[in-house]
Design a binder for this molecule. Structure first.
Ligand SMILES: NC(=O)c1ccc[n+]([C@@H]2O[C@H](COP(=O)([O-])OP(=O)(O)OC[C@H]3O[C@@H](n4cnc5c(N)ncnc54)[C@H](OP(=O)(O)O)[C@@H]3O)[C@@H](O)[C@H]2O)c1
Length: 429
């Protein structure tokens, strides 16, 4: 066997500790798969004396991440620190110094992936990041390689386990958002500060990465329309149930007139849709392409060991490439598609309205939709007299026209309250 491949791991937290454990426990298999021994030569952390989830010889630990990233003998740098800095400077320095890089850093890739890809290109080195989206689920490589000969038209993903857990609890127990969030925190599915998850920032970063790969264009987190789940009420969830649907936080990336639309928001999907069966903290990505049709990728979207599985898969690939003195597929942004503003994106709305019990109410509501060019798919009336509610589901229209319709409804004197507004996804109309 040839000389060993030297690996440096930056970060030894939830993911890093599991990467280190697997690297050591599976060293014989990894050596056989790569074609050379894979040797862990250093692990960078912030607090050198903090307890670790993995046994590590003290001489491997360092707090000098930059020194480790640019060490001349290091072949592959694994970045699992997270955040923008110092992760970006470390990755750029590692590439410039001649190492290949594996990272799980969705925040950085979604904010400034272009700088990293250009650096990898210039250095003629690999930059792999399967773990950045949906943890253990292989989805980036299928998009980048397996589907490279097809035309992807749409990617729908449940890519945040925390929000899926919360919405699943609201669906099964009738709990409100705060109660379900509290349970998620008690069970360790939500952070003490859950903002990044519940407000959709994490999912938006993943949507940017998915859209970039699916549509061969550069899409950043700032391009992704984002709405979280903190405003989803028990009434919204019950309303979805009445329609035979379930509420999910979706990352949606699609083509419209050759432009890219990328958005993250809660949506009602029919229970018959494959994504509706994704329960608890699991993730799934549903891909539609011209030739393949519909594909679904499902599994654990987070957690130290599942995420480390994806990191190790990349590590094997980039290590093999190094031994063969070659490089894998780099960034593909040749299509350079524009990103559509949310207002021009086509969506459907579910609107529940408390209305006065008067003749002509239905006609007045229908007129409000028609004035904005929105056609109605179904209207259902629930209750009677003072308790009357209309539930309207629209056909596809621009998001701007739909939100203007809701504004008009809110201003009508026959409308007591618009009690629920939610987008509808996942069926053929
Ligand atoms: N956790 C998941 O389930 C998951 C899933 C998918 C992707 N990811 C991604 O994986 C990455 C790591 O996440 P994580 O959950 O493992 O984070 P984490 O548990 O917070 O671990 C971060 C590690 O980085 C180290 N670190 C922080 N600043 C440093 C610095 N300046 N120099 C050297 N080391 C430094 C910390 O050192 P100390 O231990 O000494 O503080 C810690 O070991 C992130 O990009 C995250 O988005 C995580």
């Amino acid at each position: 066997m040839s000389t060993s491949l030297k690996v440096a791991v930056l970060g030894c937290g939830s993911v890093g500790s599991q990467v280190v454990r697997l690297l050591r426990e599976q060293s014989d298999d990894l050596a056989a798969r790569v074609g050379a021994p894979v040797e862990l030569v250093g692990v960078a952390v912030r607090r050198i004396d903090a307890p670790r989830e993995v046994d590590l010889p003290a001489e491997l630990l360092t707090s000098d991440a930059m020194g480790l990233a640019v060490r001349e003998d290091v072949d592959v740098v694994v970045e699992v620190i997270g955040g923008i800095e110092p992760a970006r400077s470390l990755i750029l320095a590692a590439l410039e110094g001649g190492a290949s890089v594996v990272t799980a850093n969705k925040a950085l890739l979604a904010e400034d992936g272009a700088t990293l890809f250009e650096a990898a290109e210039k250095a003629n080195r690999d930059l792999y990041y399967e773990a950045a989206v949906a943890g253990a689920i292989p989805i980036l490589r299928p998009l980048r390689e397996s589907l490279a000969g097809d035309k992807v038209t749409r990617v729908l993903g449940i890519v945040n386990g925390t929000t899926n857990f919360i919405l699943d609890r609201m669906d099964t127990s009738g709990a409100g958002f705060s109660e379900a969030l509290e349970e998620a925190q008690e069970l360790g599915y939500a952070e003490a500060d859950p903002t990044a998850d519940v407000e959709g920032f994490d999912a938006a970063a993943k949507a940017a990465i998915l859209a970039s790969l699916a549509f061969h264009s550069r899409v950043t987190a700032a391009d992704v329309y984002r709405e979280g789940i903190s405003e989803v009420t028990a009434a919204d969830v019950a309303s979805a149930q009445d329609m035979g649907s379930v509420v999910k936080l979706l990352a949606i990336c699609e083509l419209k007139d050759d432009a890219v639309a990328a958005r993250v928001h809660p949506a009602m999907i029919p229970r018959s849709h494959p994504l509706a069966s994704v329960r608890e903290a699991f993730n799934a990505v549903f891909v539609e392409s011209e030739a393949a049709g519909q594909l679904m990728f499902y599994g654990p979207g987070a957690g130290g060991a599942p995420t480390a599985s994806a990191v190790l898969g990349d590590l094997v690939t980039v290590s093999r490439n190094r031994l063969a003195s070659t490089r894998g597929v780099g960034e593909s942004s040749y299509a350079d598609r524009a990103v559509l503003p949310m207002g021009e994106t086509l969506t459907r709305y579910h609107v529940a309205i408390d209305v006065a019990d008067r003749a002509g109410v239905l006609a007045a509501v229908a007129t409000a939709f028609a004035e904005h060019g929105v056609s109605i798919q179904t209207v259902r009336q629930e209750g009677r007299d003072d308790d009357a509610q209309l539930v309207v589901v629209s056909h596809r229209a621009t998001d701007a026209a739909l939100s203007a319709t809701v504004e008009t409804l809110r201003g009508m004197d026959i409308v007591r309250e618009v009690t629920s507004v939610m987008r509808v996804e996942g069926d053929s109309e």
